[in-house]
Unconditional design. Structure first.
Ligand SMILES: CC(C)(COP(=O)(O)OP(=O)(O)OC[C@H]1O[C@@H](n2cnc3c(N)ncnc32)[C@H](O)[C@@H]1OP(=O)(O)O)[C@@H](O)C(=O)NCCC(=O)NCCS
Length: 180
């Protein structure tokens, strides 16, 4: 398995293998953010097939109630492994580790992520990986466009977890990742 930064030529295959809901163009939106220097969009590949994603938002969590408290803390967002049969094989963990190593390489001392209240399995995974509760609860707001192009706004109750990145702690090298 290889985890690397998204390239423009990946977008078509990403949409085919990990489809966005309706007309949302999720992968293209994340790639455009990366092009503007706001994020790094990581893609996990197995045998030239994209199977996982994770986006590091370098300016931190978009939710103001989190960003005010953790303004310098990049957020790992959009973590997903697809299809579901490939979950629980270590792919998500590899994406998290790569994100941590990139954040560390950029001089960050911590990285955070949000987990929604209805996702205890993901929360347990993050806690096993060293992410700690902050008590910072917020509404994870996003929208998607359905098949007709109609916008749907979502606000999921979530909480923010943070991991301290210490020198020598990153076990996984960033080999195979083109850091921006
Ligand atoms: C949450 C998610 C990204 C985690 O990715 P993943 O690839 O499934 O995670 P990992 O395989 O690294 O670790 C998860 C589990 O596999 C186990 N595991 C890790 N490596 C393993 C291996 N080599 N062999 C067997 N099991 C392994 C872990 O112990 C963990 O146990 P669990 O199933 O009881 O939780 C993924 O499951 C997913 O896409 N879920 C749906 C979307 C989602 O919830 N996204 C998170 C939003 S916050």
């Amino acid at each position: 398995m290889d985890t690397r930064e998204c390239q423009e030529q990946d977008l078509e295959l990403l949409e085919a293998c990990m489809p966005s809901p309706g007309q949302t163009r999720r992968h293209a939106i994340r790639f455009e953010r990366q092009q503007r220097g706001l994020s790094t969009y990581l893609i996990a590949w197995v045998d030239d097939v994209p199977v996982g994603t994770g986006e590091i938002l370098w300016q931190g969590c978009a939710a103001p109630e989190v960003n005010q408290r953790y303004p310098q803390c990049p957020e790992l967002n959009g973590l997903a492994v697809w299809p579901a049969e490939l979950q629980s094989q270590g792919i998500g963990t590899a994406v998290v580790r790569t994100a941590e190593a990139l954040a560390h390489d950029r001089g960050h001392h911590q990285i955070g992520l949000g987990v929604t209240d209805d996702n205890p399995r993901a929360a347990a995974l993050y806690q096993r990986l060293g992410y700690q509760e902050t008590g910072c609860c917020y509404l994870d707001r996003y929208h998607y466009l359905d098949d007709h192009g109609h916008r749907h706004d979502v606000a999921d109750p979530a909480r923010f977890l943070v991991k301290q990145l210490q020198v020598g702690q990153q076990e996984h090298p960033t080999a195979g990742v083109r850091a921006s």
